[in-house]
Design a protein around this ligand. Structure first.
Ligand code: ZN
Ligand code: ZN
Length: 169
């Protein structure tokens, strides 16, 4: 009787250990997923100027932003990726907001009650083209879903986003 009870206690603590392990794994993945975002805020993100065609790094904010080289409001978010197969770094796509949507997002951040419009999706362009599509449109979905290395055509798991280097690195 006594040993039966202690067995029961043993399986309960085994269950508790499983629960703790699951929690640790879950926390690990949450931290892992949020880490790129933290890197992005510390080192900023890449921008590309559609006016003077230069790249620059700046804190993460709603593009378009002012380009430090030519002072035009033409700095759009630049998603840069690295191919883990051949090591090539490349431009994957450009992203910006419609000026009207950008303004509404800023108003909402200030706490203003701004109703949502028809399509407030971000605009996506292939790099070096300045030809914009809603991220919800077939063209936008195609650009976002077909990121591949221009050198060796690797895609999916082999492609990872890169961010500007920070001073601590
Ligand atoms: Zn510029
Ligand atoms: Zn490659």
């Amino acid at each position: 009787m006594h040993s039966l009870r202690s067995n029961k206690g043993g399986s309960q603590s085994a269950l508790a250990i499983v629960a703790i392990v699951c929690t640790v794994i879950a926390v690990y993945f949450i931290v892992k997923q949020t880490r790129p975002k933290q890197q992005a805020t510390s080192g900023g993100v890449f921008y590309y100027c559609t006016s003077c065609q230069k790249e620059f790094a700046a804190p993460d904010q709603d593009p378009p932003i002012k380009c430090p080289h030519c002072n035009q409001m033409a700095g759009v978010y630049l998603r840069k990726c690295k191919c883990n197969k051949c090591g090539k770094a490349f431009r994957a796509y450009l992203l910006k907001w419609d000026l009207d949507v950008k303004q509404r997002r800023e108003q909402r951040r200030r706490g203003e009650n701004v109703p949502y419009g028809e399509d407030e999706s971000e605009l996506i362009s292939e790099p070096d083209t300045d030809n914009w599509f809603s991220s919800a449109s077939p063209e936008g979905i195609y650009i976002l879903g077909n990121i591949a290395c221009p050198e060796c055509e690797a895609s999916g798991e082999n492609i990872e986003p890169i961010f500007p280097k920070t001073d601590e690195e």
